[in-house]
Design a protein. Structure first.
Length: 215
């Protein structure tokens, strides 16, 4: 896109263009939420069962080589559950949920971690995410490509209109954002599967700038 403007102070014409740049990169970080949900009509029993399962789950993850610092409590809650029969609300029991966020530096371990967790008490798997350690550095490269693209666009427009522009922009406004992590929110896990295959794919890092040139 481009736009002309007629500044009152300089009396010069302006050409405004938007440049875009993008790079793809393989993720080198991952995280997954693993949890234990227990149900019982007696709250204390539900809590105890949950605690026992979690106390089995955490050592299992640590035994796989995951540092304890990479394990973080993501959520803990107690819910009352009800059934509805003939328009009446009937108390069914309590549900205790403990969710642990597990961060992984080795992406090849994701399937093994999920399998081991499920085999040792986890009955909740969700939010597998992939991200980059150096996403800022890669974004800066995409930003540089975006600026080059803006300059090329401005030159192409100038050549078409047979005008001469100053190739150095008088203003540059950043319009891009850092990439969000790749998220697999709908991943499901069926207990009993021997191996869970998780494909990280690639992250697409995009950047854009709006640059203004004088002619």
């Amino acid at each position: 896109m481009y736009r002309y403007s007629q500044p009152e102070r300089t009396g010069k014409n302006h050409l405004k263009v938007t440049g875009e740049g993008e790079l793809s990169a393989a993720p080198d970080m991952a995280s997954v939420n693993l949890g234990v949900m227990t149900e019982n009509k007696v709250l204390m029993d539900a809590q105890q069962q949950n605690t026992e399962a979690v106390n089995k789950l955490i050592p299992t993850l640590i035994s796989l080589g995951i540092p304890r610092t990479n394990l973080q409590t993501f959520d803990y809650r107690i819910d009352s559950e009800y059934d509805f029969e003939q328009g009446k609300q009937i108390f069914r029991g309590f549900k205790v949920t403990y969710i642990l966020q597990v961060k992984l530096a080795d992406l090849t371990m994701i399937g093994r971690v999920i399998d081991s967790a499920v085999q040792n008490g986890a009955n909740y798997v969700a939010n597998v995410q992939f991200s980059l350690k150096n996403k800022e550095g890669i974004y800066q490269k995409a930003l540089s490509l975006a600026l080059k693209n803006a300059v090329e666009k401005a030159k192409a427009i100038a050549n078409t209109l047979r005008i001469t522009i100053n190739p150095i922009p008088i203003s540059v406004v950043e319009g891009g954002t850092l990439p969000p992590p790749i998220l697999n929110p709908h991943m499901t896990y069926v207990k009993g599967i021997s191996s869970t295959q998780i494909e990280p794919g690639e992250l697409l890092i995009k950047a854009s700038v709006t640059a203004e040139f004088e002619f």
